[in-house]
Design a protein around this ligand. Structure first.
Ligand code: G6P
Length: 612
């Protein structure tokens, strides 16, 4: 949800800012803008992507060693030039970029209009910049103090960067609810929504906490103050993030690269946690909460999007193996529906980005009601990782394609480890069974490698179905979340309507949609309700639907019925999601590519949803 980047130092700012914006473009890409601070503030902005901005500013005045830039995902006001950031104050002496939502913008706006301010955009952001200017004029305080006073009047979420022509060597940045990182280089500073624009130059970073303001002056040490006016000592961390991890590495799209990274990302998420030789699982980040989990009356999993689908697999795993009752909640529903929660409940939130606003709010709610909150996050140091009591990182590496792929399988791998750990401690499965599942889990990365070899076959199937307008994904048991995830992938990136359904529920509605035009993708692996799924396939065939089946190698029965099939290696039923999801990711990817869609930046979506 909007990407922010800023720079001050000895170098020319423009190349750093534009490169940074390209790295942050996954956060939003409907319009972009840049502000260079020389004697005046020069703002250039346009509708469209960062590449459009680059084209637009080609002949503009862009020299300077201090500046900021923004890529937008519209909340208030349609994506157009006036609503794009940066925004000027009334007298053009202050400029701002913002990620988040100012909830009380309407009342602030009318107050400012009464005081003679003019608004040129429909955004909530513009109130903040006028307010800062107003404070500067009337209270004659330094820029950082004006920002601090203004932020005390604001309700909502923000990550902001403010520049003023009267403070030509100063960047003021602040956060509440939306992420912001300050990079500290040699005589230079960077500010960004995440570390990807920074790591090329320095790995020394400070993650701002909610309610903190960073005061950055050329050639001076970084200072941090709270909005309550308390001086804080910056906590400088060393980031371990490599540049190659955030580049495409020869693949056409980040999504394809990330699909192909899954053997590694699953392996990395299990490394040091799955101990085959000792027949043991350890999860250091939740060690202190193991007893709490073992005694939990209930586990509630809260997440959004693909992470919610991983949560569903987690529910099946935890109930199946550890015999603990589990509920899976959409964070956006959970946070607003007054759930019954107690100190005996453990809430597990799952999030790739660690920044999803609804999931953050779910954490607050759960904590307020006394529950222990654990996290499964991919981004180290993210807001969710910091807000939870404890947790386990997925080591999937940076995921940049907007459609989540490797984060999902890594989340499922971690949830499997968690369920196995709790099952072992509780003694809810026999030792021999535990060992068998552990061994199979250990083999999953190799089996994902085998699935990836089906790439060309999946591409051919994609060619056959590139023009469909609707599709249905069916699965039962552990394969039901796979059906949901397969359908989500297709609609996200190819804009084909897709529905995921429990196979048996099809007859309660979706069956009415089936005709000879309708592809039905069925996950029909041999374990679980295999025979029942075959009956569901028969029901589709009887209505002339087309069947694309995900089957196990050597399957005979489904093969005969399917129009196309993809054979994946056999594994334990509970581990199938990590294999069966992969060909569905590829199928969506190739259909979207053939249709000419922008796979890494699908329309209307953003990777990190920092607004509710
Ligand atoms: C957005 C992304 C999805 C993601 C969801 C939850 O909608 O486009 O890919 O699954 O947010 O994000 P999180 O970072 O919390 O997993």
């Amino acid at each position: 949800m909007c990407g922010i980047v800023a720079y001050v130092g000895p170098k020319q700012a423009y190349p750093i800012l534009i490169k940074g914006l390209r790295r942050l473009e996954y956060r939003g890409y409907d319009s972009a803008g840049i502000c260079m601070l020389n004697d005046v503030l020069n703002i250039y902005k346009c509708r469209g992507k960062v590449a459009d901005l680059e084209e637009f500013v080609k002949d503009k005045h862009l020299t300077g060693t201090i500046g900021m830039a923004h890529t937008r995902w519209a909340t208030h006001g349609e994506p157009n030039v006036v609503n794009a950031h940066p925004h000027f104050s009334e007298n053009k002496s202050v400029a701002i970029i913002h990620n988040g939502i100012i909830e009380n913008y309407a009342s602030l706006r009318s107050e400012l209009i009464n005081r003679g301010y003019h608004f040129s955009s429909d955004t909530d952001t513009e109130v903040l910049v006028h307010l800062i200017e107003d404070i500067l004029i009337h209270e004659k305080v330094p820029l950082e103090e004006a920002v601090r006073i203004a932020l005390n009047q604001v309700i909502g979420a923000y990550a902001i960067v403010v520049l003023s022509k009267k403070s030509p060597d100063k960047i003021i940045a602040a956060r509440k609810g939306s992420p912001l990182v300050v990079g500290i280089g040699k005589e230079e500073f960077f500010v960004a929504s995440d570390a990807t624009p920074i790591i090329e130059y320095t790995n020394n970073v400070v993650f701002l906490n909610d309610g903190e303001i960073a005061i950055i002056k050329r050639n001076k040490m970084l200072r941090i103050k709270t909005v309550g006016n308390k001086e804080e000592t910056p906590y400088i961390q060393k980031l371990e993030l490599s540049l190659s991890a955030i580049e495409k590495g020869g693949y056409d799209h980040f999504m394809l690269k990330e699909i192909f990274e899954q053997p590694r990302s699953i392996r990395d998420s299990m490394r040091g946690r799955l101990h085959m030789d000792q027949g043991l699982v350890t999860l250091g980040g939740i060690r202190d909460y193991e007893q709490k989990l073992l005694n939990a009356k209930r586990i509630i999993i809260s997440a959004c999007g693909t992470s919610w689908h991983a949560g569903l697999v987690g529910e099946y795993l935890l109930e199946d193996l550890a015999r603990i009752p589990v509920e899976v909640e959409y964070s956006s529903e959970f946070r607003y529906r007054n759930p019954v929660l107690s100190e005996d409940d453990v809430v597990i939130v799952i999030s790739q980005s660690g920044e999803t606003a609804d999931t953050l709010a779910a954490i607050e709610l759960a904590k307020a009601k006394g529950a222990t909150v654990l996290g499964i996050c991919n981004v180290v140091g993210s807001s969710i990782a910091r807000a939870t009591d404890g947790g386990v990182y997925t080591h999937a590496g940076p995921e940049i394609g907007v459609a989540s792929t490797k984060a999902f399988t890594a989340q499922v791998a971690v949830l499997t480890l968690l369920a196995l750990l709790l099952a072992q401690r509780k003694g809810t499965i026999p030792v021999s069974r535990f060992r068998t599942i552990l061994g199979e889990l250990n083999n999953i990365p190799v089996k994902v490698e085998q699935v990836l070899k089906l790439n060309n076959q999946v591409k051919e199937i994609a060619n056959l179905y590139k023009d469909v307008t609707n599709s249905l994904y069916l699965g039962r048991g552990y394969n039901f979340p796979v059906a949901l995830e397969g359908a989500l992938k297709l609609k996200e990136i190819s804009y084909i309507h897709a529905e995921g359904y429990p196979a048996a529920e099809m007859k309660h509605g979706p069956i009415a949609l089936i005709d000879e035009q309708m592809p039905v993708i069925v996950i029909a692996t041999r374990k679980g309700s295999y025979e029942k799924v075959i009956s569901n396939i028969q029901e589709v065939k009887a209505r002339k639907g087309k069947i694309i089946a995900i089957i196990n190698e050597g399957d005979v029965a489904v093969k005969k019925l399917a129009d196309q099939y993809i054979e994946i290696p056999e594994t334990e039923e509970m581990l199938v999601p990590m294999l069966a999801t992969v060909p569905l990711q590829l199928l969506s990817y190739y259909i979207a590519v053939i249709r000419g869609c922008n796979v890494d930046q699908p329309r209307n979506l953003a990777k990190s949803v920092t607004v509710e």
